[in-house]
Write a protein that binds this ligand. Structure first.
Ligand SMILES: [Zn+2]
Length: 87
């Protein structure tokens, strides 16, 4: 068996607040150079489009600067070997 993924773009319809536990964006504020950390356990994407780039707004708590970064949420369905999946 195999799964064909053509990676079309689609919106996650129930993704009003789409959290991604374990995904943390680290960076520096382009204005004041403070360390910025956006943890997607707490923060979220709203109705994200998949498999295509989108703009995400970052916010610096130190100087209230806002800027955008480009991200992409990849969704791909894969078959997993049953033995490998059991722990
Ligand atoms: Zn800043």
């Amino acid at each position: 068996m195999h799964i064909e993924n053509s990676k079309p773009t689609f919106e996650i319809e129930d993704g009003k607040r789409f959290h991604i536990p374990g995904a943390v964006l680290h960076g520096k504020c382009p204005k004041c150079k403070s360390d910025v950390k956006i943890d997607f356990s707490d923060d979220y994407l709203s109705y994200p489009d998949t498999n295509t780039p989108f703009a995400f707004s970052c916010y610096c708590r130190e100087c209230s600067h806002e800027w955008k970064v480009t991200m992409q949420l990849n969704v791909e369905l894969v078959l997993v070997d049953e033995k490998a999946a059991k722990r």
